[in-house]
Design a protein around this ligand. Structure first.
Ligand code: SF4
Length: 63
């Protein structure tokens, strides 16, 4: 699985980092980031949940 996070769409809601803190974080401005080395998705279930939780669908997952 590959994670893409569109920073142009992200509004910094932080849901991704709350749901899957092993994979997502928030940068200094509050926008979501994928942690280095976690672009492959880490634990898939939480990543899928995080993508669902994002209020603006900034996270896309490729199988
Ligand atoms: S949940 Fe979505 S809008 Fe919120 S920080 Fe993560 S990617 Fe950005």
């Amino acid at each position: 699985m590959r994670i893409s996070l569109d920073t142009d769409v992200c509004i910094g809601a932080g849901q991704c980092a709350l749901v899957a803190p092993d994979v997502f974080a928030q940068d200094d401005d509050g926008f979501g980031t994928v942690l280095p080395g976690r672009e492959d998705g880490g634990s898939g279930t939480l990543v899928r949940e995080a993508a669902r939780a994002c209020p603006v669908q900034a996270i896309t997952l490729d199988a």
